[in-house]
Design a protein around this ligand. Sequence first.
Ligand code: G3P
Ligand code: CA
Length: 286
Amino acid sequence: MQSDGPLVVAHRGSSALLAEHTLAAYEKALAEGADGLECDVRLTRDGHLVCVHDRRLERTSNGRGAVSDRSLQDLHSLDFGGWKVDLPESADDLVAARRDRDYRQPIEDDDKIRDAERRVLTFERLLQLFVDCGRNVQLYVETKHPTRWGGLVEQRVVASLRRFGLVPDRPAPDVASSRVVVMSFSPMAVRRLRELAPELPAVMLFDGLPPLYRDGTLPFGATIAGPGLHVLRSRPRFAERIRAAGNQLYVWTVDELADMEFVLGLGANMIATNRPARLLDHLQRV
Ligand code: G3P
Ligand code: CA
């Protein structure tokens, strides 16, 4: 990890180059030297945690319907890796492109994709990669849409982390030395995560007004504020307010050089990017 300067968090793996949330995308991020790996987790119908961003399957696989309506075995029969991404440079175009499937293209030489790269990535398989990788890297775990399942997503996430020995007995001295960081857009989910594993630092994600109390603290003991890049673009002074109260700043998703410079100027502590190699290269130069 960078000892000073911001941490580079590979968003859904090295997902500008390889299909997001696949084993290959995470292996690539590790090979590129990312400081952290970001993943989204949701539950299958039969209670398994899988790394899938969308509620539905259409965008990132050849399946249809909601992830939560399918069993893990069903998902294993789908292809999550038979397409490559061709992400637009501009962050705004990326948001628009991700709403439809236009940016997806079939991989030309289909035989080159390893079987493991096609399969849905279970959270436990990602944890196995993480503990086996032999590198000092962090994992940023985001729980998705917890309301449908009550607190089950958070319970299962923390149970898996404990099984892999990733919940320490006491909090790390600082966020950068914590192996795992948890996060959510849902304050209730952050609350549950903090109750289940108070030793893990938490990011309160948001894409509108910052959910800060008057004294600048975040709800439920979160110590990291996680605004989208677009939030800071329109209100850069939020960064000052967030940091003045002692919170750390995690910004997502920053892929363009100009935006990288912008968030560096705001003092971001962690930067989530689909292009970790580009950001690491940029940090070497500044
Ligand atoms: O890392 C936080 C960021 O991933 C939140 O947005 O939609 O990409 O999960 P989203
Ligand atoms: Ca995410």
